[in-house]
Write a protein that binds this ligand. Structure first.
Ligand code: ATP
Length: 354
């Protein structure tokens, strides 16, 4: 069921086109992540949904209602920012209860109702043992959980988050990330989450909208985004290391790529051949159909290795493998691409060809 809709939304700041004809549909209970580099328009898109900005063109709907010109308070959304603000002089309980206290008449809540709701959310976020503490006496991770609890306690229609984990240290970030996802599932809340961190996007999202230069370049499940990028930008922005991109020239029935040839699928112009580093098999001995290269450098990354391979004087590609690598720079290596996983992109528009 469609719940949040952006229909051709445009937002300009003077000459800057921050959001350029963005259309998105978010389903009820879905977790959607807006992913993209700095300045691509993610935060502006979120602020438009929250009602903190008004679009120049286009419409925004929440739960079937046109909210384009409605005030933030009329939209029933909760927003959590990167630099969360909690009230340091209040206790954790008072912080979390605050949004309910200010609305208790409107929501017809008794003291007991408020207590129950605060307890429920505090338990879910594992801060129920801290309720009597002053907020100023908490660690950064605990403070962030209080901020999340406060945003969620009134169970808004839509939960909007702008890099809410970026101020946390790495270990706590992983912990809160998992809790966030669990909580969103348990409460069935519709969530829209902004990040430039692809790992966060891939782990949290039901669907990811990859943005670049104010536009949504692709909107799909993490699997689709990862395995079937519709644009070369998506292939190179998502993945660590990103997709390898090689230039190939058509020549009759074949495509001339660096160090190898491919069957020409019928293109007339130069294309980009994209292959993810883990979809390349390697061997130290010649194998039929393999592409010969020379090891440039090997980077061990814990349980995996990245082998950097030169295919010719210009093309360097990365191979990701879990097999132990004892290769040295200068050694010969034979690569077999899993062509089912390869993607061809138009070199002018960047769009995927099939
Ligand atoms: P980041 O990850 O760095 O926060 P972002 O993807 O969230 O980036 P936005 O903050 O939405 O990007 O900004 C999109 C564009 O709009 C940028 O070029 C930015 O400089 C511009 N912009 C954003 N807010 C304003 C503003 N209030 N006034 C003028 N320009 C703005």
């Amino acid at each position: 069921m469609t719940y949040v809709v952006l229909d051709n939304v445009i937002k300009r700041y003077g000459k800057v086109l921050a959001v350029d004809k963005v259309s998105l549909t978010v389903n009820k209970g879905e977790f959607v992540v807006l992913l993209g580099p700095s300045g691509c328009g993610k935060t502006t898109t979120l602020r438009l949904i929250a009602g903190l900005e008004i679009p120049d063109e286009g419409r925004i709907y929440i739960d079937g209602v046109d909210v384009t010109y409605k005030e933030p308070a009329e939209r029933d959304v909760a927003m959590v920012f990167q630099d969360y603000a909690i009230y340091p002089h209040m206790t954790v309980y008072q912080n979390i209860a605050f949004p309910l206290e200010v609305r208790k008449r409107k929501l017809r809540l008794s003291k007991k109702d408020i207590e129950e709701r605060v307890m429920r959310i505090a338990k879910l976020l594992q801060i129920d043992h801290l309720l009597d503490r002053k907020a100023s006496q908490l660690s950064g991770g605990q403070q962030q959980r209080v901020a999340l609890a406060r945003a969620l306690v009134r169970e808004p229609k839509v939960w909007l988050m702008d890099e809410p984990l970026s101020n946390l240290d790495a270990l706590i970030r992983l912990q809160v990330r998992a809790e966030l996802k669990r909580l969103q599932r348990d409460l069935g809340i519709t969530a829209i989450y902004v990040t430039h961190d692809q790992v966060e996007a891939l782990t949290l999202a039901d669907r990811i909208a990859v943005m670049n230069a104010g536009r949504v370049v692709q909107f799909g499940t993490p699997r689709e985004i990862y395995d079937a990028p519709r644009h070369v930008f998506v292939g190179t922005f998502v993945g660590n290391p990103p997709m390898n991109i090689l230039r190939c020239r058509p020549s009759g029935d074949l495509m001339q790529c660096p160090g190898f040839t491919l069957r020409n699928p019928g293109v007339k112009n130069e294309v980009y051949f994209g292959i993810r580093p883990e979809y390349i098999e390697w061997s130290t001995k010649p194998v039929e159909g393999a592409v010969k290269g020379v090891v440039y450098v090997v980077e061990p990354i814990g349980s995996e290795y990245i082998i950097n391979v030169k295919l010719d004087s210009e093309a360097l590609i990365k191979v990701k493998t879990v097999r132990e690598v004892t290769l040295q720079p200068g050694d010969e290596i034979y690569l077999v691409f899993d062509l089912k996983k390869a993607v061809l992109f138009d070199s002018e528009t960047g769009a995927a060809l099939s």
